[in-house]
Design a protein around this ligand. Structure first.
Ligand SMILES: [Fe+2]
Length: 197
């Protein structure tokens, strides 16, 4: 897989090691009441994505991939929720303590409704250059919806399906290409945590 990402620190394109395995860290189900978190956000608007106009220097390149592949953009939709507006910041802190990385650059909950996808991408982030001044970054993901049936998260060449709500995985590289599909019958909710190493 030769999909390249931009390293904002070295100012170079590189191909992340997409064969590198994700690391299973543990389960947060006993620590955080994820169902309660979901109930608190499920009727909120959140931020609906993708945005199709974005003045990020690398966005047009990524958008071209979708145009060239005839990606059905009507299928692409996910919703992000942030502690600033949608859920208690304490959730981020508790998660940070669990993974033993209390300092973080970003944390959010992403939702994909049945039938929708997050197309293949790496996480463009306008803030990355600033984040990297504070340390290297580690990306954790955690499916929090009660059932994972039909809900697939793909990171590099690894697919995560099933498992338990609250299972936490550490990515080998936060710039790996990834995507997600909800072919299930209930919304897929995932907690995302970009920590300082
Ligand atoms: Fe992403």
């Amino acid at each position: 897989m030769d999909y390249k990402s931009w390293n904002a620190k070295t100012k170079e394109w590189y191909i992340p090691d997409h064969d590198a395995p994700l690391k299973f860290i543990g389960n947060t189900g006993n620590l955080i009441d994820w169902n309660k978190v979901i109930v608190s956000i499920e009727t909120k608007e959140g931020i609906v994505l993708p945005k199709l106009i974005w003045p990020n220097p690398h966005f047009e390149e990524m958008k071209k991939l979708y145009v060239d592949s005839n990606y059905i953009m009507d299928s692409a939709k996910w919703i992000n929720y942030y502690s600033e507006n949608d859920y208690h910041e304490e959730i981020n802190s508790m998660f940070g303590e669990f993974v033993n990385k209390p300092r973080y650059a970003r944390a959010w909950i992403s939702r994909i409704n049945p039938g929708k996808t997050a197309p293949w991408h790496w996480d463009l982030d306008d803030g990355e250059e600033e984040y990297l001044k504070n340390g290297d970054l580690l990306r954790y993901t955690c499916r929090i919806s009660p059932t994972g049936v039909g809900q697939v998260a793909i990171v590099g060449n690894t697919a995560i399906h099933g498992g338990l709500a609250g299972d936490v995985y550490l990515w080998p590289d936060h710039r790996m290409w990834h995507g997600s599909v909800n072919a299930g019958l209930t919304p897929k909710y995932q907690f995302n945590y970009l920590a300082y190493a």
